[in-house]
Design a protein around this ligand. Structure first.
Ligand code: NDP
Ligand code: AOF
Length: 368
């Protein structure tokens, strides 16, 4: 593939990034059409139920009065071949008589993988697959996770002091990190399909757990893990905007009734210890279309996620202050030997205002 192919795909990836807040549960896809005279038309997936990237680019070409015939299309994900909420993009590209399609990565959905590419090739279109595939996959890691593993990509956000405390002993935690770091945290909230916390945090912090600090076209689903349904009907997390889902270990109707009356959904997924079954919950969230799950809970629930090896990525904000005694980040262990310590790799370390943002993953975690 040539330098201009790489440039075309880079532009398509940039387009896809612009769709990341907008289109969940659909993947964020970018498409760049390069017409035979070199004119470029770029588009990305629109909101759910509206045009996919390829259809959006073809529509722009039509509006410009330009024919896409003979064009090269750069797409960050294999064009779809099935009738979902919109018609198949592979058919639209065939009907538009494009000459060549460059695909970054094949669709991970086992039911449709490869079919779009086959459809294009069967129509005589040249199809090249695999350009900047890792970047394209990374951009939609949540969608890949839901399709392949049947669970969301779990990103755990923790805000702590440099000595690793997330609250004082009495539970006071607002605020440890700076306004800049908190706004950055909202950017990560905004791209998630769901935001999750535990009943301990609901009772101590009464969080809203919505997206306020950045502009967003959509509010994620808010999820509370609350085995015994202790969430008070007055909790701020139950207020608008957006939907709320409470996972319990027993559906005690006396407690579930008032919660449901607020509009929240209550789902019962017990584990053998009388708590919420976290893996079953992840499967359920995936079935509901959640690609990325943003966890913002206290040390107990965070610890359970780690113990069950369910965290795919850590998003840790460290403030340059010391709290001494107080709540930890993660309540798990004690480990009997250092070799048993879960191993991570740093992915990225950034300065956000006065704080540090560290992203880390278990090695090879994104290879599924
Ligand atoms: N700085 C930060 O980043 C953050 C700090 N915090 C701070 O954390 C503190 C609250 O921490 P914590 O009490 O640990 O709250 P959590 O949010 O971790 O909630 C813990 C509760 O979740 C319930 N739960 C249900 N199922 C499970 C399961 N499978 N595994 C574990 N827990 C389960 C348990 O209660 P039950 O059995 O009744 O269901 C448990 O007590 C507050 O002080 C808050 O300010 C909170 C969030 C972020
Ligand atoms: N203390 C602390 C955080 N705490 C997290 O933010 C939640 C409050 O959310 P909301 O009500 O939507 O503003 C709280 O329950 C906890 O999960 N976050 C941070 O970025 N920095 C901080 O210092």
């Amino acid at each position: 593939m040539s330098e201009s192919d790489v440039a075309g795909m880079r532009q398509a990836l940039g387009e896809a990034r612009n769709a990341q807040l907008l289109c969940p549960p659909n993947p964020a896809v970018g498409c760049v059409l390069v017409l035979p005279d070199g004119v470029r038309i770029a588009a990305h997936t629109r909101a759910v139920g509206q045009a996919h990237a390829e259809a959006a680019a073809l529509e722009i070409a039509r509006e410009m009065g330009r024919s896409p015939e003979g064009a090269t299309a750069y797409v960050t994900l294999e064009p779809c071949s099935h009738h979902g909420r919109t018609p198949p993009c592979a058919d639209a590209l065939v009907a538009a008589r494009v000459a060549r399609v460059v695909v970054a990565v094949a669709d991970p959905n086992p039911l449709v993988a490869g079919r779009g590419i086959e459809r294009l090739r069967a129509a005589g279109i040249q199809v090249d697959v695999g350009l900047l595939a890792d970047e394209a996959r990374e951009l939609n890691l949540g969608f890949f996770s839901r399709m392949v593993r049947r669970r969301p990509w779990v990103r755990m956000k923790i805000a702590a002091s440099l000595d690793g405390r997330t609250a004082l002993d009495d539970g006071t935690s607002q605020w440890i990190t700076s306004p800049e770091a908190r706004a950055d945290g909202h950017q990560w909230r905004a791209r998630a399909g769901a935001l999750l916390t535990g009943i301990g945090t609901v009772l101590e912090d009464d969080p809203r757990l919505d997206v306020r600090e950045v502009e967003t076209p959509r509010q994620p689903l808010r999820v509370v893990v609350d085995s015994r349904l202790q969430t008070p009907a007055s909790a701020r997390i139950l207020q608008p905007p957006g939907d709320v889902l409470v996972y319990a270990a027993s559906e005690e109707t006396a407690r579930a009734g008032p919660l449901r009356a607020t509009g929240a959904e209550v789902a019962c997924l017990p584990n053998p210890h009388g708590k919420v079954d976290l893996l079953a919950m992840l499967n359920d969230l995936a079935a509901r279309g959640v690609n990325e799950l943003h966890v913002e809970a206290g040390h107990k629930l965070n610890g359970s996620f780690v113990r069950e090896d369910l965290v795919d990525e850590y998003l840790v904000y460290l403030a340059p202050r010391l709290l001494g005694r107080g709540r930890d980040m993660l309540d798990f262990g004690p480990l009997v030997a250092l070799r048993d310590a879960p191993q991570l790799e740093f992915l990225e370390i950034e300065r956000i205002g006065p704080d540090l943002r560290i992203r880390a993953r278990p090695p090879g975690r994104d290879r599924f």
